[in-house]
Ligand binder design. Structure first.
Ligand code: TNX
Length: 527
């Protein structure tokens, strides 16, 4: 071969080599987006069978000038950094960024409701759009769940960090998707509640109802009635030291939740479930004598004195201070199990308390018994026990929040062998907590009558986060799906497989879940 020919051949080989190496570099690993484990299940997924890879160059861009996006972009970056070990810079931009990045922007898309989002994933970009910042936040939860489970670790993990390509269009079925935490029976401090809020966010839950007062404890500082927390907050079920939130701490919690697009609904339970208040202020009792602090678990023995004017001054002060710390639209007034309040006193009491809440600019939620009274416009009835109460509420034009104890109560034992929890309503295994439809539960209560669903955790038997997680997981993800995913797309047989795969993610998150025998846990997620 002549020198010239050899040179040409060498050049051809070199060019071919460059070509092969660049194209093989571009060749992406196929990932089937439609087979990914997502809870709650999205409304629609279209897969295009390739992948986007998060690398050490990937940045998160957000549209400059739109309020409420930057915090969500930073939130995503904070999840991605520890496990990937990448810098994941967050930048604002006026135009679409170049290849390799994640891009969050607001849009005007008629196919999406206020909380919906669209995720378009190509080999070059992850583009998330929504009409409102809340939608972007929910879309970020989907991005998280599309990445390998190890993304949730707080320590460096291997990758590769691939996301399947395609399009997800997603929005919630119900506007209220909530959880409730009873911090009265056993107190949970600010850090615990923040951890709980983080867990709720992953499942696109948007309300956290805090049960702030009960017979055993008063947990929110009220400056005009300081003994409520000084005395009334000093114990809990079993006689522990209890605790309470200062107003500053409570406001911090409200903001922490709001950054995660979760609205806190504060509850002051009345006229029953009030022993902690009755023990703190003698004048709230009809006989003028303070009761003793109570650390047992009986219900239905206490009542505010509904005939005394001071009771309404007290409520006005409490609701006033609470409303001023509440950014959301609702205040919950309890109203359940007032067994020692005669009905002829209970009804005018609830009527008057609704007026007080409205005067302070908030809407009322109450447990289903409040439907005995004359409901104000916009008052919401939370169905937990009696269908006839819920129907009575609907008959008055009220919306219903669905928390049927037999299905939605997170404090019910899974089965007779569960050591935590109660079983007065039922044993609630994971299949039973998932397999129900809010609009079919009570004949006569239709979709239009329903505000949403809420899963309450009462804490008579729950004293720490480990136990809390055991009762909440894995039932809560299923209840979140009931609130988000259309009923026609939900079936236990399909869901249980998804949940089985989700076990590893809960492990990566450090969640102490109940490994139900009804769920086909992936080998690695069986505990
Ligand atoms: C009933 S549910 C209650 C609570 C208890 C719960 C225990 C409701 C409105 N009242 O006071 O903690 O049962 O499961």
């Amino acid at each position: 071969m002549s020198r010239k020919k050899r040179k040409i051949l060498m050049n051809i080989l070199l060019i071919a080599g460059i070509f092969i190496s660049t194209t093989s570099c571009v060749k992406k690993t196929p990932v089937d987006l439609s087979k990914e484990t997502l809870i709650p299940k999205p409304v629609s997924v279209t897969a295009t069978n390739s992948s986007f890879e998060i690398t050490n160059k990937t940045r998160i861009y957000f549209n400059k000038g739109s309020d409420g996006i930057e915090s969500t972009a930073k939130y995503l970056a904070e999840i991605l950094r520890p496990s990937t070990g990448f810098p994941v810079q967050v930048k604002s931009t006026l135009k679409k960024p170049k290849s390799g990045n994640i891009y969050l922007s607001l849009t005007d898309n008629k196919n999406l409701s206020e909380e919906g989002y669209e995720l378009v994933i190509t080999e070059k970009m992850v583009q998330l759009t929504a009409n409102q910042p809340a939608g972007l936040f929910h879309g970020v939860q989907t991005i998280r769940q599309l990445l390998p489970d190890e993304i949730e670790l707080k320590t460096h993990a291997g990758g590769p960090w691939l996301i399947g390509t395609g399009t997800i269009l997603d929005y919630p079925e119900y506007e209220y998707r909530g959880a409730m935490l009873d911090v009265a029976r056993h107190f949970f401090g600010v850090e615990d509640v923040k951890q709980f809020i983080d867990q709720l966010a992953l499942y696109k839950i948007n309300y956290l109802h805090l049960h702030l007062s009960d017979d055993q404890g008063w947990r929110i500082e009220i400056k005009s009635w300081p003994n409520l927390t000084l005395h009334g907050g000093s114990t809990e079920v079993g006689g522990g030291e209890g605790g309470f939130y200062t107003q500053e701490q409570y406001i911090d919690l409200v903001h922490y939740a709001a950054e995660r697009f979760i609205t806190i609904v504060p509850e002051i339970d009345m006229p029953g479930h009030t022993n902690a208040a009755l023990s703190s202020y003698p004048e709230l009792n009809c006989n003028g004598k303070a009761t003793k602090l109570y650390t047992g678990t009986r219900v239905g023995f206490s009542t505010l004195c509904t005939k005394k004017e001071v009771t309404y001054t007290f409520i006005d002060d409490v609701i006033g201070e609470l409303a001023s710390m509440t950014t959301g639209p609702y205040i919950h007034i309890g109203g359940d199990e007032s067994h020692v309040t005669p009905m002829k006193e209970y009804i005018p009491f609830i009527n008057r308390v609704q007026e007080i809440v409205l005067k302070h600019g908030k809407m009322v939620i109450g447990w289903d018994e409040i439907a005995h009274s004359a409901l104000k416009p916009n008052t919401v009835v939370q169905y937990w026990s009696l269908a006839k109460n819920a129907k009575k509420g609907v008959g008055q034009g009220a919306k219903v929040l669905m928390s049927p104890a037999k299905r939605a109560y997170l404090d019910m034992q899974y089965d007779s062998t569960t050591t935590l929890g109660l079983h007065w309503a039922a044993y609630v295994e994971v299949d039973s907590s998932y397999s129900w439809d809010p609009e079919k539960l009570v004949p006569g209560i239709t979709k239009e009558d329903i505000l949403g669903v809420e899963a309450p955790l009462w804490t008579e038997t729950i004293t720490n986060m480990n136990d809390l997680e055991y009762m909440v997981f894995p039932r809560l993800p299923g209840l979140a799906e009931i609130g988000w995913t259309p009923a026609a797309d939900r079936s236990w047989d399909e869901y249980k497989v998804r949940l089985g795969k989700h076990g590893k993610r809960m492990q990566a998150l450090g969640i102490n879940y109940y490994p139900s025998p009804l769920v086909p846990w992936d080998e690695k997620s069986a505990k």
